[in-house]
Design a protein around this ligand. Structure first.
Ligand SMILES: *Cc1c(COP(=O)(O)O)cnc(C)c1O
Length: 404
């Protein structure tokens, strides 16, 4: 037992999180052990982040190698690891320029600032409206949380940045009515993650592209959660056949090491001239060395095709487990899967998540009504099955106490 434990949390930490009552100590692949040696199957993946599992030997090796070579220089210097990661991202996506930061929120902050600046440069400051959607999540900085579609997260933090319009997600008519000459950007997640694992419809994504083209607005895809193989293609936009002008990626890019990137087509990227934006840690050599290896390992047919196979197993087992019809829908793309509770059981996702942890399986929630699963893209099928066996037991015990 470590000399500090969960019982020390409240006296040491700000109360904004409510962590589990055990303390993870080590992880290998998709198995985690706590400080008491109890074993868990990880179907949460550090919130869609540890896409190659824990302690992947090739990632450990590249991190150690870079740690012995060079840690940090700042952006007053170009370093090889970040040039390599930028080249790798561009080669695997679309013609663009890259800005590095350390988190999804920062990648989006850069994206939204860039969209504003590009509109300002080419059209003037009246073209500044950002269109976003209910249920969307883009980070916790004041700008990104204001663009996000959850009013609860901005309550009490005003005055908030202005010029942001929120529409219903997947509502093509509302989008057509709203996008105009004043619009500088339309911002969406190809699959809303925190908002409940809700994929965009093809018509909606196509309409967003068409309307942005018509009105000279930039289309921003927040792929912080859906990127890096999560949906079975390296980025989810590939499956929609719609290319954004700006794409953000973070979570799984470093497999848990903080690294994020904002990609923009060259014409848009050109607005981020010297001095307009920056980050001290962004492009840190250790994080970038890991990121380049992550992309190399994920962007292979074996890993990406394996996502579909694991998706099928996860979804079919979840629907078998739900013998009592507690879920109204099981949905998602690839290894970002959500199971929504019927209205009769609204608000009970957290209780189910806690029961699952007690049974030795880590999963996520996406809001109060949706169970979310985002395991490693390379989770062993045996581990996936073991995790689901444990979930099945927890689910049966927990839901037996629920009456509709
Ligand atoms: C997690 C997430 C973010 C925020 O990322 P942080 O690293 O927590 O700042 C932004 N957008 C989406 C879609 C996310 O899932």
């Amino acid at each position: 037992m470590a000399d500090l434990g969960r019982s020390d949390y409240d006296r040491l930490m700000m109360p904004n999180y409510n962590p589990a009552d055990f303390v993870p100590a080590r992880g290998v692949g998709s198995r985690v052990q706590d400080t008491d040696g109890v074993d868990y199957v990880d179907l949460a993946g550090g919130i869609a982040t540890t896409a190659l599992g824990h302690a992947h030997p090739e990632l450990v090796a590249v991190l150690v190698e870079q740690a012995n070579a060079l840690w940090h220089m700042s952006n007053a210097f170009a370093t090889e690891p970040y040039l390599r990661l930028a080249e790798s991202l561009i080669r695997r996506t679309f013609d663009s320029r890259v800005f590095f930061s350390n988190s999804g929120g920062e990648a989006n902050e850069a994206a939204f600032k860039l969209a504003r600046r590009y509109a300002y440069d080419h059209h003037g400051e009246q073209k500044r409206e950002i269109i976003s959607f209910s249920g969307s999540f883009h980070g916790r900085t004041l700008f990104t949380v204001s663009v996000g579609g959850k009013a609860l997260y901005t309550e009490g933090f005003g005055p908030l940045p202005g010029g942001i319009t929120h529409l219903e997600f997947n509502d093509v008519g509302a989008l057509e009515a709203a996008v105009g000459p004043q619009t500088c950007a339309v911002v969406l997640e190809p699959v809303q993650g925190e908002g409940g694992v809700i994929p965009a419809t093809a018509e909606f994504v196509e309409a967003a592209r068409r309307l942005c083209d018509k009105h000279g607005a930039v289309l921003v895809f927040d792929e912080v959660q859906s990127g890096v193989g999560r949906t079975g293609t390296l980025y989810a936009y590939e499956q929609f056949g719609v290319q954004p002008d700006i794409l953000t990626t973070a979570k799984a890019l470093g497999n848990g090491i903080p690294i994020a990137a904002t990609l923009a087509i060259p014409a848009v990227a050109a607005s981020l001239v010297v001095g307009t934006h920056g980050s001290t840690f962004g492009g840190n050599p250790m994080a970038c060395a890991v990121g380049a290896k992550v992309l190399e390992l994920v962007d292979t047919p074996e890993v990406l095709d394996g996502v579909a196979k694991r998706h099928d197993r996860l979804v079919s087992r979840l629907s078998d487990i739900d013998t009592q019809g507690v879920f109204s829908q099981i949905r998602g793309m690839g290894l970002l899967v959500g199971a929504e509770l019927k209205p009769d059981f609204a608000g009970r996702a957290k209780a189910l998540q806690v029961a699952a942890m007690k049974a030795g399986v880590l999963c996520l929630i996406a809001g109060p009504n949706v169970m979310r699963f985002a395991p490693s893209l390379i989770i062993d099928m045996d581990d996936l099955d073991l995790g689901l066996d444990r979930f099945e037991k927890a689910f049966a015990d927990e839901t037996s106490t629920w009456d509709a």
